[in-house]
Design a protein around this ligand. Structure first.
Ligand SMILES: *[C@@H]1O[C@H](CO)[C@@H](O)[C@H](O)[C@H]1NC(C)=O
Length: 259
């Protein structure tokens, strides 16, 4: 009888410990507050990449205007404080500073495919934008296009059509509050575009004739200009997306997303 009593006590104790454990778990997941309907994926799912693609794509409309609970800033327009480009070689040498840039239509992103190694924190995304990316900013430029000097400051509009991009993400595990999180080490973006439209307002102190001619010249040579501004743009955009994703992964444990 004594033995049965002891076993019962032990079982009760184990039951209580288990209860406390699961309440704590429930509490810590409650704190995270993933957006409603947020899809999580199973590592063991043979179609896990399809699941991630669905989760991300369905998350896009939710993060358009940002998600303050998760420290996620709006992605459409995507705001970039400053981007500086200096081109010292080639037919077009210039120093271009773009400030207070808003990228419109970023939310038109379509995720085409995903490759992942969840245990190694590796992801590759192929995406395209169904609408042109409009980079609306304040600019300042100084330089020389072949033999013509170019200078001015004001509003600028750089519009990229048919943008496709490949995004590589590499992370590593970090422990935070007893949970496993992903720390983003690298976010690399490479993109292609079929056309860049360029418009610098107020070139040459507002000289309309010279300004129009220069914009025409720049648009005629859009390919060369895109080649020159693309690396800086990719780095700036990559850093921005990395900080957005990092904010999310700092809040949401990796194991909550991938069970
Ligand atoms: C920028 O230029 C594009 C293409 O020329 C145009 O469709 C768009 O309306 C312009 N956007 C702004 C904010 O000026």
């Amino acid at each position: 009888m004594a033995l049965i009593g002891d076993v019962t006590t032990l079982l009760c104790l184990m039951f209580i410990i288990q209860m406390i454990k699961s309440t704590n778990q429930a509490r810590s997941t409650q704190l995270i507050q993933l957006p409603d309907g947020f899809i999580t994926c199973k590592r063991s799912d043979p179609l896990v990449n399809k699941c991630i693609q669905k989760a991300l794509q369905s998350g896009v409309p939710r993060v358009l205007k940002g998600y303050p609970n998760l420290d996620v800033v709006p992605i459409d327009p995507l705001y970039i404080t400053e981007m500086d480009i200096e081109q010292t070689k080639g037919p077009f040498v210039f120093k271009l500073s773009l400030k207070d840039m808003n990228i419109f239509n970023f939310g038109s992103v379509k995720i085409l495919s995903i490759k992942s190694d969840i245990d190694k924190y590796l992801f590759n995304l192929n995406v395209e934008f169904s609408q042109p990316l409009i980079l609306d900013s304040n600019y300042k430029i100084n330089g020389k296009a072949i033999i013509l000097p170019i200078n001015g400051e004001g509003k600028s509009n750089l519009t990229l059509e048919d943008v496709k991009a490949s995004i590589d993400v590499k992370g590593r595990p970090v422990a935070k509050n007893g949970q496993n999180h992903m720390d983003l080490e690298i976010l690399d973006i490479k993109f292609t575009s079929n056309r860049l439209y360029i418009n610098f307002e107020n070139l040459f102190n507002g000289d309309k004739y010279m300004g129009n001619n220069m914009n025409k010249y720049l648009n005629k040579n859009w390919k060369m200009i895109l080649n020159q501004v693309q690396p800086s743009f990719e780095v700036t955009l990559g850093n921005k997306l990395q900080s957005i994703a990092q904010a999310f992964f700092t809040k949401v444990p990796y194991n909550t997303l991938f069970k």
